[in-house]
Design a protein around this ligand. Structure first.
Ligand code: AMP
Length: 411
């Protein structure tokens, strides 16, 4: 026998019985985002590699080790998108969206790709839903986008979620702080993990995210960015906190919060779930006031987030229930199949969920199948044009005119 194939490492199939739950996430997101005026945007699954190098940042894990990069037949370097914000900013600049009323409010959903070490909740192809509001530096917008993800998590009923909030200050203002942090790290370089030591100069903030014991000890004494914010950045942060209170969104301040992408400025946030083990973040994001300019556009402040759909589903861990069918059409005789096909089509046009026997089963087998698909009723077509309708819950059975079935069973 020929060897069988498996889905590539770190990827998975979404089987039919798992798709209803996913659809619920998408539907809830569409509704919540739509009510706040966010519109759907779709960008390609791959982009020029340099978009991510420049956008996400060369010092990040994503760009250093995790991108699926390939050369196309024309010798161009392309990369399967590891995240959604840089592509959306590329689209904003390419389509001149700065000429629209600001902020431009967008949401997206789809697959993303990172060559990470697979484990529970961490995959090489995963799905994100995200929102971006581009073109305003008002704290109102930070709070609006945070409310969207918070509402989504609440609507889905994801348990045990906490919002952590921090601020990275603006790019210019944090330069002094970064020098202070670097000199702290340099002074205790021998205690740091190799990874953190290598990045002292290019990405010192990442040291806060390390789970290496030595690094953690060094970071326990590190100066904190929240204590070094400029007056303007501190005011912005205060306003975000107070508006979140007004929107009844609960949060805790985490002065050590950092994110894995270089573009963040000012507000950053992370929604973590205590049911998820090591990969505990459901979603997160923040401001990225410098990114659009870095990608060749006009100076444009922006804020957004992304949430992992698989992480939400893992945290929900719900029983998957099949929606069931309104009717199963059973045939006393195979000769009746033409009639059954016509009736099934007509009833479906009326909006009823209808299945029929497709496997030439015995009557007993057809009832078993009706049970399996969760049919509320079975219509038994008999030779000579008569038919009976059985209510599967009560067991009541009555002779009916097949033409009247729709009105008899409409739920
Ligand atoms: P990020 O784009 O890194 O800010 O991540 C945003 C969210 O995407 C995270 O909070 C996770 O829920 C999800 N996520 C990121 N990477 C992965 C992955 N490799 N597998 C599954 N979900 C992921």
């Amino acid at each position: 026998m020929a060897e069988k194939f498996k889905a590539p490492r770190g990827t998975f199939d979404v089987l039919p019985e798992q798709s209803a739950q996913r659809e619920r996430v998408h539907q809830a997101a569409r509704e919540i985002f739509g009510l706040a005026g966010y519109r759907f945007i779709m960008t390609p699954s791959f982009e020029e590699t340099s978009l991510f190098e420049r956008g996400v940042g060369k010092s990040t894990d994503i760009v250093r080790k995790e991108m699926f990069t390939f050369e196309d037949k024309g010798g161009r370097s392309l990369t399967l998108r590891p995240e959604g914000t840089a592509p959306i900013c590329r689209a904003y600049v390419e389509h001149g969206m700065h000429r629209l009323p600001q902020p431009v409010k967008l949401f997206y959903a789809g697959p993303f790709f990172r060559h990470e070490r697979p484990q529970a909740g961490r995959y090489r192809q995963f799905n994100q839903i995200g929102a971006e509001a581009i073109g305003s530096d008002s704290p109102l917008v930070d709070v609006e986008v945070i409310t969207l993800i918070s509402d989504l998590i609440e609507e889905l009923g994801v348990p045990g979620v906490e919002l952590k909030l921090g601020s990275l200050g603006s790019l210019d203002a944090r330069a002094n702080y970064l020098e202070e942090l670097k000199s702290h790290l340099r002074s205790r370089a021998e205690e740091l993990s190799e990874d953190v030591r290598e990045r002292i100069e290019i990405n010192p903030l990442r040291a806060f995210d390390s789970d290496h014991e030595g690094t953690k000890a060094v970071m326990a004494d590190a100066p904190l960015l929240l204590d070094h914010l400029s007056e303007e950045d501190a005011e912005h942060f205060e306003e975000v906190k107070s508006l979140l209170g007004a929107a009844s969104v609960e949060f805790t301040i985490d002065p050590t919060l950092v994110r894995g992408l270089d573009y963040y400025t000012r507000t950053i946030f992370s929604f973590v779930c205590d049911r998820l083990g090591a990969q505990s973040e459901i979603g997160g994001g923040g401001r990225y006031d410098g990114l659009i300019e870095q990608l060749g556009g006009p100076a444009t402040p922006a804020v957004g987030w992304a949430a992992g759909i698989e992480r939400m589903l893992l945290a929900l861990d719900e029983e998957v229930t099949s929606p069931g069918m309104d009717l199963f059409i059973a045939l006393a005789d195979l000769e009746l199949r033409t009639k059954a096909v016509a009736l099934a089509a007509e009833l479906r046009h009326h909006g009823l969920a209808v299945e029929m026997d497709l496997a030439g089963r015995s009557m007993k087998g057809q009832f078993k199948q009706a049970d399996r698909v969760g049919a509320a009723h079975v219509l038994i077509l008999e030779p000579g044009g008569s038919a009976s309708l059985r209510n599967m819950e009560t067991g009541d059975q009555q002779t009916v005119d097949p033409k009247a079935v729709a009105s008899l069973i409409r739920p």
